[in-house]
Design a protein around this ligand. Sequence first.
Ligand code: HEC
Length: 382
Amino acid sequence: MLSGWYSSKRGGVLRIGIIFLILANRSMVSGSDDIQKAKDTRIVETLLRLKNIDVQAKPKLKAAVLRHLATLEETSKYLELIERFAIDDLNERLLEIVLMSPDSNDGVHAARLLLQFGDVGRVQVEIDGKDEKRTLAVVLAVGLVASKESVKVLQPLVAQEGRSLAVRSAAVTAVGRHLQGQKDLLAQVIDQSLPSDLNFAVANVLLSSPDPALRQEAAKFLKLPATKDAEPLPTVAALVQRTGQVDGGLQVFRTVGTCSKCHQVRGEGKQVGPDLSEIGSKLSREAMYVSILDPSAGISHNYENQSIFLADGTIVSGIVTSKTDAVVTLRTAEAIERKIPSEEIEEMVKQKISLMPAELQKNMSVQNLVDLVEYLMTLKKK
Ligand code: HEC
C-alpha cells in the first residue's frame, strides 16, 4: 500500500494535502472525541494481548471498553469483545440482537452469551410473554445454541398447556438440536405425554437423530407421512441436503402440488393463502419444507382459518378478508368469496388447523417436493 501511495510524487502531495484538510476539519469539530476514541482503542488492543485480565474488577478499564464497544458498528466484533471481557451488563442489548436476527450467527452468539452469563430470567420473560413473534425468535435462537442449558430452558415449552402449536413445534425443533433434548423427547413419546399435533415435528427430530439406537427406538412409535406411491418421506434434515430442478419445481407448483390453486407468484395463481413471490427471502430451506409438510405448525398472521356457524346449521370455513358490522367476507379454500350477513352468524370460531391442507406431499414424489422447494427458494425479493 505504501509503495502505491508514493508512486506518483505529484499525486502523493495532493492526496496528503487533502487528507490533512479532512483531518484538520474533523478535529476542529470533534477533536477531543477522536482522541478519546483512539485512546480507548489502544487500551482495548492492549487488554486483548493480556491473558488473565479481569476487566469487570477495574472500573476505569471497563469504562474504556464500554466506550469502545459503543463505537463499534460490526455486531460480530461487539459480541466477541463482550465475550472476551465477560461483560455481563449489556444483556438488554444482547436480547435486542437475538430478537433482530435469531437465526443469524450474531443472534445465536448473543443468545449463547445470555445463557453463559446466567441471565436465563431475561430469556424466560420473552418465552413466557404474550408476544408470540418474540417468543418464537427467542426459542429459535436459544435452540440453535444447542447446549444442555438451552434444552433445560426450552423443554418445558414442548407440552405446555395453553401454548400454540407454532410455539410448541418450534420448541420441539429447538430442543431436538441437542442429544439430551432428543432423549427427553423420546421419553415423552414412550410415555405418551406428547400431544399428537406434534407428531410431525417430533418424528422429524428423532428420525434424523445422529444416534442410531435412538433413531431405531423412535421408529417403533413414529412415522413420517408417505409421499406418492407410498414412498416414505425423508426427514427435513435429509431433505435440505438435496438439490432439485427449478423448472421441474415450477411445474409441480402449477400441477400435482396444487399450490397455485391457493397461492400467487408474480400475479399468477389464486389468492387464498399469502403471495409467495418473495417467499425465498422470508423462509429458510428448512422452514420452507416445514411450511409445506406441516402447515398448521406455523400459521401466518392474517391467514387464520375461521369457521362460521350459520343459524341454518351450515358451517363455512375460510379466511376472513373483511368484516363490517353488517357483513363478514370469507375466502374459502376454493378461492370463493362468501359474503355472510352478520345476522345469520351464530358463532365464529378460529381454527387451530391451517386452511392449507396437510399431506399435500401425498400427490408428490420425493423428487417433486425437492424440485418444488428448489423453485420456491429462487423467489427472492428484488
Ligand atoms: C387450499 C389452499 C392452499 C393450498 C392448496 C396450498 N396452500 Fe400454502 N397456504 C395456504 C394458506 C391459507 C396459508 C396461510 C396459513 C398458514 O400459514 O398455514 C398458506 C401458507 C403457506 C406458506 C407459508 C407462507 C408464509 O408467508 O409464511 C407456504 C410456504 C406455502 N403455503 C406453500 C405452499 C405450497 C408450496 C403449496 C403446494 C404444495 C401450497 N402452499 C398449497 C393455503 C394453501
